[in-house]
Ligand binder design. Structure first.
Ligand code: CA
Length: 424
């Protein structure tokens, strides 16, 4: 596991990139997340960079990589990755004047670039790791049988569509589809009326595994590269009609949106937490259990959902918070357990594959990770400060997810944000 704290996590470290030292900055020198970018409005090939303050260090221009292939970088061993992190940390450190002289020309302001999906995502799996989300949503879809009996034994997931995953800032076209109201005799085709978001984390696979060779829980984190914010847009009315018997299909695959910066497992090391399972619940089967996973398999990531309606934007009003939670409170399974379960049958994972956490709803209603939960399936619309009401997303709504890690004795790091706007 990437649990070791080393010199790169030092709380006293500052960077010669001054904006990285500002309190509350998402990208201080202790973070060093990876992303792909090009000059805004250009057709340049994508380049790999590391966010530092409000700048990006272009890794090839800095002489740190010989290519701009993020998937190749993700395939590196954890030891190779740690060596690169060490090199970045030392080179960007305040006082390293020779590296400052060499690397200043490799810095690009974030304001001048457009970001891309961080890597080539070969395969995408979406899990369902919040028992609170599963129970609340289950009650709406199946009042008599909210949580299916396998939930507490099996990390539930389905294979999603990688090609419709986009990057923050996306405009999401309201999908159309087949829906059937409970009192209607037959379904009809039309625009989705219950469009929703899902607050998720997206875990990226680093090294892959050969087909037929499962990844044991003790090795699982060596196969994880890092994490980004992930919004799994969902058409609830289409979902309700289509999801049985094989699960979500067109209700989910029209678009999902990622934040641009992948925060590495190494950067997350100070923010690990114990994985706790209620004593009244079934304990994980042995292949999903280990002492390390119990003591520090979970992650303490604060998550926040914000909404800005078109009316708010026109009035110059800032986005308002809809809910907030923490990945540790919301997730029933750890990322290591997801990797191990995904491969237990011999399924092969590849560098750049994405595993969505599933909607991360905490135990309280104020911690819900979707409008479906916040507005009681449309029965209890929420009222915004300007008087507008929402049961589901409307055209012109901009939905923003934010995430960060903070605790006593560590420097706060952020995941940045992911936003998307609904259009007709
Ligand atoms: Ca989802």
């Amino acid at each position: 596991m990437s649990t070791t704290l080393d010199a790169t996590h030092g709380t006293q470290l500052r960077s010669w990139v001054a904006s990285a030292n500002v309190a509350g900055c998402d990208f201080p020198i202790q973070n060093l997340p990876f992303g792909r970018f090009r000059t805004a409005g250009s057709r340049e090939a994508l380049r790999i960079g590391v966010a530092i303050g409000d700048q990006i260090l272009d890794l090839q221009a800095a002489g740190l990589v010989a290519h701009n292939d993020m998937n190749a970088l993700m395939a590196a061993t954890p030891a190779e990755r740690q060596a690169l992190r060490q090199q970045l940390s030392e080179g960007l450190r305040e006082g390293n004047s020779s590296q400052q002289a060499a690397w200043t020309q490799a810095l690009v302001p974030q304001s001048r670039v457009e970001m891309a999906v961080p890597c080539q995502i070969g395969d995408y799996t979406d899990f369902y790791t919040s028992v609170h989300h599963a129970t609340t949503v289950g009650k709406q879809f199946r009042p008599d049988n909210p949580l299916l009996p396998n939930y507490k034994w099996v990390p539930i997931g389905y294979h999603g569509r990688a090609s419709s995953i986009g990057i923050s800032g996306q405009r999401i076209k309201r999908p159309q589809g087949q829906t059937k109201a409970p009192d209607a005799a037959v379904p009809t085709l039309g625009p989705c009326k219950r469009l929703d978001y899902e607050l998720e984390l997206g875990w990226f696979i680093g090294q892959g595994n050969a087909q037929g060779v499962p990844i044991a829980i003790g090795q699982a984190e060596q196969h994880l590269f890092g994490v980004a914010l992930f919004n799994d847009w969902s058409a609830r009315d289409i979902q309700g009609w289509e999801y049985q018997p094989l699960g979500p299909f067109l209700s989910k695959n029209f678009a999902s949106t990622l934040s641009p910066w992948v925060v590495t497992m190494e950067a997350l090391a100070p923010f690990r937490a114990a994985f706790e399972r209620d004593a009244a619940d079934p304990q994980p089967l042995p292949y999903l259990d280990s002492a390390d996973n119990r003591s520090q398999g979970a992650f303490d990531i604060t998550l926040e959902v914000l909404l800005q309606t078109a009316r708010m934007r026109e009035a110059g009003e800032a986005p308002v918070r809809l809910s907030a939670t923490n990945s540790r409170r919301a997730a029933y399974w750890t990322p290591a357990q997801l990797v191990t379960h995904h491969t237990v049958n011999g399924c092969n994972l590849q560098p750049g594959d994405l595993m969505g956490s599933g909607t991360l709803s905490g135990p309280e209603v104020t911690e819900a990770g979707s409008l479906l939960e916040l507005a009681g399936g449309g029965k209890q619309p929420i009222t915004l400060p300007n008087g507008e009401q929402r049961s589901f997303l409307e055209d012109g709504d901009t939905l923003i997810l934010k995430g960060w890690c903070e605790r006593e004795g560590a420097v706060r790091i952020g995941l940045g944000e992911v936003s998307g706007t609904i259009v007709a």
